[in-house]
Design a protein around this ligand. Structure first.
Ligand code: ADP
Length: 180
């Protein structure tokens, strides 16, 4: 069976997919980590697009997602979602991380896109434990894809070896699961 979820290791900004998801912050005005890399690669048009969204809608709270054009990226669109800051696990972090993944997928579907790449949301500066975050990412996407969706291919883009191994293990387990 064709795998609709795949792990890739490297820089998400180089991918030729319909949608790149950005692990943004609530300001939508750029930051460090993957956010900084996406803005550098996309150029000033992306920041301008983010400014417009912000002007119309205000800040983007954790768990929510907004869509913009993609500037100089190969992608057709960028979906900016805000993951939770890890505060020990008792502050609704898991639910907010799940929402960030699900709302990104819904927005991609609403715009008719077929291929999408996620970074490991919240696992950098925001400090979400990597294994727990990977599990939420894979489970939320897998669950979403069992419902009606135009999305054909989802890539989990991992920057470091440890994250890539975590995702690989989870996807192998999913593949072994007779329910899939
Ligand atoms: P957050 O603030 O949501 O924690 P970060 O950007 O700090 O976001 O980190 C999220 C994840 O993105 C981390 O696992 C980090 O290693 C990874 N990352 C950083 N740069 C890139 C990149 N160019 N492509 C893909 N992933 C990246």
């Amino acid at each position: 069976m064709e795998q609709r979820m795949q792990v890739l290791q490297g820089d998400i900004t180089t991918l030729d997919v319909d949608v790149i998801v950005n692990a943004a912050n609530s300001s939508l005005l750029g930051g460090g980590g993957v956010d900084g890399a996406i803005h550098r690669a996309a150029g000033p048009a992306l920041l301008e697009a983010c400014r417009q969204v912000r002007q119309q809608q205000g800040e983007c709270p954790p768990g929510h997602a907004v869509i913009t054009t993609a500037g100089n990226l190969k992608a057709k669109a960028v979906i900016h979602t805000v993951g939770p800051v890890w505060r020990g696990g008792e502050e609704n972090e898991a639910r907010l991380l799940e929402d960030a993944y699900r709302n990104s997928l819904k927005l991609a579907d609403a715009n008719g896109y077929a291929t999408l790449a996620f970074p490991a949301i919240s696992t950098g500066v925001y400090g979400y434990p990597k294994a727990a975050a990977a599990e939420i990412a894979v489970n939320t996407v897998s669950d979403y894809l069992t419902h009606h969706s135009l999305l054909r291919q989802i890539y989990f883009v991992c920057y470091d070896d440890e994250t890539a191994r975590l995702y690989q293990r989870l996807l192998t387990q999913q593949g072994d699961d007779p329910a899939n």
